[in-house]
Design a protein around this ligand. Sequence first.
Ligand code: 5RP
Length: 212
Amino acid sequence: MAKPMLQVALDTKDTATALNIARQVVDVVDVLEAGTFLIYEDGLNSVRALRAIGPDKIVLADCKTADAGGAVAAECKAAGADWMTCINAATVPTMASAQKEIEVQIELYEGWDNEERAKEWLAAGIDQVVYHQSRDAKFAGQTWGEKDLASVKKLIDMGFKVSVTGGMKAEVLKLFAGVPVYAFIAGRAIHGADDPHAAALEFKNEIDRIWD
Ligand code: 5RP
């Protein structure tokens, strides 16, 4: 079984902070993500900067695109991103036009559990989804559990590469033991840690332990 990748979500207030963290964890993670907050603050310059830090890493622009997929994707690609995100509420033509330019990850928030729609994503050549517990749902008390596991397995069985995120902590990973999760995405647990390198290693070691 392929080992899940580790993605760091850099939802920092500015690019300098993101770069400081990225430099500390680039040897541990597989994917450097310019987080949505960071893109709001500094635009795609943050993606350019992350590309320079990790020339051999996957760089994701988490722009959560809802429309004009092809135009946004062309900008993300020109900035050096390998992947970008579309929100699940976007139309299939929006996602498909983005996918023509760059690899799209569909971020699943609300109302995504519709098999017919998911088949349309696959038919459009999009096979990456992000199973997401939203930050606000987590603030309201949502935790990781069997329901999430069942949803992730169902998406994998449909043929998706499924990444998992939302307030992720290293101790949550064992819930997914035996499941070929594509990537675990951690933001605050890494960029908010006193020692981001140690925090990233904790995730990596847990992945190595569980997906031996
Ligand atoms: C928010 C996001 C975050 O990047 C993702 O949830 C990871 O961040 P954290 O681990 O801090 O929740 O996409 O919409």
